[in-house]
Design a binder for this molecule. Structure first.
Ligand SMILES: [Zn+2]
Length: 358
């Protein structure tokens, strides 16, 4: 059995998603979201993903086992094994037990008798934008680019001019993406990109409306079409708007499709406090290989879909539905789809560069 496995995850924002930077004011928006420092495309940091996965797995484990005891004390996984590890008041902190699904998979800040910690068996990459919704005069379209498609193992080389690449070319009928008007060119790889994204369980209404842009225009279009909302604080005494309490915040719009990886390690290669990792899954099986570590993390997915990720959750933001969780070999080639049952297996042919294919 491998020492580790990589799993590609594709998810769709059911609401706008706001993962904030902590309140720096840049330009017209008060509360900005996290961006990649090189591309300037908004993303969800892996640390944010790991945090919500941990919390939601702890919730799931506590629903299944509410009377959990450690060394004779009540120690339910939630809230103690979620969140920060240090004990305070009524919060016991991470249990750090070799049979704890939360502390073994997500790590803990200290071991038995305060002797060190454990890094955890699952690692999370940042979630990047794969498909981004934009209004056009032909209805909403989802833009992507070669840089984004590379994240799912697709090589597209023909898209480089200042144009929107579509299923048909129509040089005399330009298309607007937001306020940007661009000539339309035919993308020879369009069908191949569609079928590869279909294998990743991307919904059909999005596949029919793909618009492929060169990387530099994708960055521009995404940043020009983020959702920006304005809110005001209400004075609880008067019920009226508070003076000088107007603020604006930006978010990835609903139906943005995101992609991230979860890398899981082999539990047999690790010891916690000198003992083997000894976690029993809800199925009754032992967590003894990287695939079963993934099973623990996947318990978070229904919670992500309903409780969401990031801030402004009380303002209708954050819900993220996982569409697909797909194992990749170490070269990044997809080997099997664990999305919806009945989905076709990934095609071994991942190259969609028309020029080299013809
Ligand atoms: Zn624990």
């Amino acid at each position: 059995m491998a020492s580790f496995q990589k799993f590609l995850h594709v998810g769709i924002a059911l609401d706008p998603i706001h993962v904030g930077t902590g309140g720096a004011r840049i330009g017209r928006v008060d509360l900005t979201i996290v961006r990649d420092p090189v591309t300037r495309v908004p993303k969800i940091p892996g640390s944010s993903l790991a945090g919500v996965y941990r919390t939601y797995v702890a919730m799931a484990e506590t629903e299944a086992n509410p009377n959990r005891m450690v060394n004779g004390r009540d120690w339910p996984c939630y809230p103690h094994c979620a969140g920060l590890g240090q004990a305070r008041d009524n919060y016991l902190g991470h249990c750090g037990q070799p049979d704890c699904p939360v502390c073994t998979v997500f790590g803990f800040a200290r071991g038995k008798d305060q002797a060190g910690g454990f890094a955890g068996l699952a690692a999370f990459t940042d979630a990047h934008v794969l498909l981004f919704p934009v209004p056009t005069r032909r209805g909403p379209h989802w833009v992507t680019c070669p840089m984004a498609l590379q994240l799912v193992g697709l090589e597209v080389k023909e898209v480089h001019e200042n144009a929107v690449y579509w299923k048909d070319g129509s040089p005399d009928r330009p298309l607007n993406l937001g306020w940007l008007l661009l000539p339309v060119k035919k993308c020879e790889s369009y069908g191949s990109i569609q079928s590869n994204l279909q294998d990743l369980c991307v919904p059909g209404y999005i596949l029919d409306r793909l618009a492929i842009l060169p990387d530099h225009l994708f960055i521009h279009v995404v940043n020009s079409n983020l959702e920006v909302r304005t809110s005001v604080s209400i004075n609880p005494e008067t019920g009226a708007a508070e003076e000088k309490a107007l603020f604006s915040y930006e978010a990835l719009p609903g139906t943005t499709v995101l992609v991230w990886e979860v890398i899981t390690k082999n539990p047999r290669h690790f010891k916690i406090g000198g003992q083997d990792v000894n976690v029993t899954l809800s199925s009754g099986q032992k967590m003894d290989d990287p695939n079963k570590v993934l099973e623990v993390t996947k318990q978070a997915h229904p919670y992500l879909e309903h409780l969401g990720v990031g801030g402004m959750g009380t303002r209708g933001m954050g819900r993220l539905k996982v569409l697909c969780s797909k194992q990749q070999d170490v070269q990044g080639e997809a080997v099997s789809c664990q999305g919806k049952p009945g989905q076709p297996e990934a095609k071994p042919e991942r190259e969609v560069n028309h020029e080299s294919a013809s």
